[in-house]
Design a protein around this ligand. Structure first.
Ligand code: FAD
Ligand code: SF4
Length: 687
């Protein structure tokens, strides 16, 4: 008998005309397949796998009601991404069937990008360019507005024809509907602008006319922007008024929207504490009678259960956690949360890919959105394989190979699994890498991989009866060729992070790649006392300028923004240096701005175009544009890249042993855990 560990999470929700099996929603995610999957096969495999594992309700990635409302990413005719003709219905039916086959329910999200479209022919209530877009939108005429409302309604009607259980109308994140609601983007003086009542007419008309055409027994969910996090956004009173208005127009469920894409506040990245925004949903729950949904930075069943038990929301929506683990619900149901592959909120393979116009995937689970490409297959020839190194590459390979049926022995010279993830997890907000180590560790054991911790692999022990050897031995930090490299001020990044050597109050970091930024962030704050959950949330709100009490934001609005950010005092003066001029080129597309903002908040001096001359007891001597400077620092931390640690490769090959290299051992340049894990999976599939 299964003892239910998360009773509230698995409690059905009765909407009167239909019942949801549990309180978990797989939130809307644009995956890139909306445009590229011509047949619907990959989308069906993606959604079908999550439905099969028991998620109560799925919301599709945003589907445009017309061509202007799309992302602007080119797509084939009758693609999934736009439902503005009956020709697109069959591909939707296929996806709906894949979900219904497993008794889960699915809503189509209708999303009009407005001024956030990548295409140049974009439309918005007023001709005001978004700070994140190169194009100025065309101001919509009254007939554009009427046509767009009709397109929303027709899209919902087609969704019903395709068999969806309902639609989610996307009214948040700064997309078109939100652009009508906020003064910031709606400066019209006709009946669609001016007063708040006029500005909300656009969503109200969409909901009213949609309900009229789809009838009562069709789920209408509205994603309400509960906190815009931009100047000129809605006040809390206005948000509540809109919440009540959509309820009275027949919306069944209100989903939470947090922040516009152009906000100065991070909303879902690693720096955001877990459950950081449930206070917003909780406040809305006091105001309306229909179910409300909490979302953003919720990634564990324990958190879902806590939110529901405390009555902070009626349902919880998670999106990226379903990329990280298709089996999230099944493992939770069976009480095996220790086996969940937890989303680490890195954005590296999901949002970054989408913004680079690539297909979405997941750093910790490269199978996500590639289910029909990386099929789990059993090996025809079972082999005995030695894996050298238990970083992400080695752990990923070992797990996949064992699942394929191979006999795997994993050598790790350190006393713990994880490789460089053990260093990464020391960086503030990257502690979450511990979850990936926990996941791999549990699964490797469950799959019977023989783990040899504290055992350095060498030519001798690798020559003992293995059919093949996989070198996943990672990297070594690159040494810099500079006079004074042996000076006691010089530290490599591993020693600086591990605290193996103490770091003074004035520090220069050579190399502004991802690790350089991380080291800077750590050195700004690493002496601070550990915070509990509540203190962590307050510190986050202070640092980024969020007012959890909705006081005045200085512009006389109760918008949830504070007058300004008040970051903590940095513990050190940090200089971050690089040879090139443009900072942050190696940082993630959707998170680079956060790292740069953190440097600014911590008073880090960023110097580009630097020539390094020498290091001596005085400090670091540099030249910028031919001008000599001395940075009088206590320490110089070297983050100047890494080289492959593949020294076993040649002797093994000479001994006639078949060797493969993956991760850093294969190529140290541009290395990250995303590539390491993917390479591990790909090699295991073909070995
Ligand atoms: P490694 O992780 O280096 O693992 C190699 C392993 O091999 C080590 O455990 C080592 O002890 C072992 N080994 C070596 N030789 C032997 C031997 N002879 N016998 C037995 N064992 C051996 N990546 C991201 O994608 N996102 C991030 O946010 C991120 N942040 C980072 C922050 C920091 C501070 C650092 C240092 C790295 C970060 N990375 C990040 C990079 C990421 O950790 C690496 O790209 C990744 O760990 C490389 O994986 P790997 O398996 O190739 O090698
Ligand atoms: Fe989560 Fe990172 Fe995977 Fe995206 S890529 S789903 S953020 S773990």
């Amino acid at each position: 008998m299964i003892i239910m560990q998360y009773p509230n999470m698995f409690k059905p929700l009765d909407l009167g005309f239909t019942k949801l099996a549990n309180r978990v929603i797989m939130g809307s995610m644009h995956t890139g397949l909306e445009e590229s999957d011509k047949t619907g096969e990959r989308l069906s495999a993606f959604y079908g796998a999550r439905a099969e594992a028991g998620v109560g309700l799925i919301i599709t990635g945003g589907v445009a009601p017309n061509i202007e409302g799309g992302t602007g990413i080119p797509s084939h005719a009758a693609s999934f991404g736009r439902l503005d003709s009956d020709a697109a219905i069959p591909i939707h039916q296929k996806v709906v069937d894949a979900v219904h086959q497993h008794k889960s329910k699915i809503l189509l999200q209708i999303l009009h990008t407005g001024r956030y479209s990548f295409a140049p022919n974009l439309l918005a209530p007023s001709a005001i360019r978004a700070p994140i877009s190169p194009h100025v939108p065309k101001e919509m005429s009254e007939s554009d507005i009427e046509d767009t409302i009709e397109d929303f309604v027709n899209c919902a009607f087609r969704a019903k024809k395709a068999g969806y259980d309902g639609v989610e109308i996307m009214g948040s994140e700064g997309y078109l509907i939100n652009q009508f609601i906020a003064k910031r983007t709606n400066q019209r003086n006709d009946e669609w602008g001016g007063s708040f009542e006029n500005r909300i007419k656009f969503p109200i008309e969409i909901i009213r006319r949609t309900r009229a055409i789809v009838g009562k027994n069709f789920i209408l969910m509205y994603r309400l922007s509960m906190i815009d996090l931009v100047e000129g956004g809605s006040s809390w009173e206005q948000v509540v008024a809109l919440g009540k208005a959509v309820e009275s127009e027949g919306v069944n469920i209100i989903n939470t929207g947090i922040g516009w894409h152009e906000s100065r506040v991070p909303t879902i990245a690693q720096v955001v504490p877990a459950k950081a925004w449930t206070y917003v949903t909780k406040a809305m729950k006091q105001e309306v009678d229909i179910p409300v949904v909490a979302c953003n930075r919720i990634n564990k069943p324990e958190q879902v259960e806590e939110i529901l038990t405390k009555g902070e929301a009626d349902m919880v929506s998670m999106a990226r956690p379903f990329l990280a683990d298709a089996q999230f619900m099944l493992k939770s149901f069976e009480g095996h949360s220790e086996q969940i592959n937890t989303c680490i909120a890195c954005n590296q393979a999901c949002l970054d890919h989408v913004f680079e116009m690539k297909t979405c995937s997941c750093l910790v689970n490269p199978r996500a959105c590639h289910e029909s490409i990386y099929k789990k297959t059993k090996a025809k020839n079972v082999k005995k394989i030695a894996v050298v190194g238990s970083g992400p590459a080695g752990m990923s390979f070992a797990l996949e190979a064992a699942e394929c049926g191979h006999e795997v022995v994993l050598f790790e010279k350190e006393k713990q699994l994880g490789g460089q993830l053990n260093i990464a997890k020391k960086i503030p907000s990257k502690e979450i890498f511990e979850e990936s180590i926990r996941y791999f560790s549990n699964l490797l054991k469950a799959q019977g991989v023989k783990i040899k911790l504290g055992q350095e692999a060498n030519i001798e022990n690798l020559s003992k009866g293995f059919d093949e050897v996989v070198l996943a031995s990672g990297i070594m930090p690159r040494k810099l060729k500079i006079e004074g490299f042996a000076n006691k001020k010089v530290l490599n990044y591993i020693d600086a992070i591990n605290g193996a050597k103490s770091v003074g109050k004035r520090v220069a970091i050579i190399g502004a790649g991802g690790i350089g930024f991380d080291v800077a962030e750590l050195l700004l704050h690493n002496d601070a006392k550990k915070e509990n959950e509540e203190e962590g949330l307050l510190a986050f709100q202070k640092k980024w300028g969020i007012d959890g009490n909705w006081g005045s934001d200085g512009a006389g609005q109760k918008s949830g923004l504070a007058k300004s950010p008040s970051p903590p005092m940095p513990e050190r003066q940090v200089f971050l240096l690089q040879r090139g001029e443009k900072f942050g080129r190696s940082l993630g597309k959707t998170t680079g701005w956060i790292h740069k903002a953190e440097m600014a908040l911590g008073g880090v001096k960023m110097l580009g175009g630097v020539e390094y001359k020498k290091i001596d007891d005085e400090g670091l001597h540099i030249e910028i544009n031919g001008e000599a400077q001395t940075l009088e620092v206590d320490n110089v931390v070297i983050c100047a890249g890494q080289i492959a640690n593949d020294e076993l490769k040649e002797p093994l090959e000479k001994a006639g042993i078949r060797v493969h290299t993956i991760g850093g051992a294969d190529e140290a340049g541009e290395l990250d855990a995303k590539r390491a894990i993917l390479q591990g999976l790909e090699l295991a599939e073909k070995i």
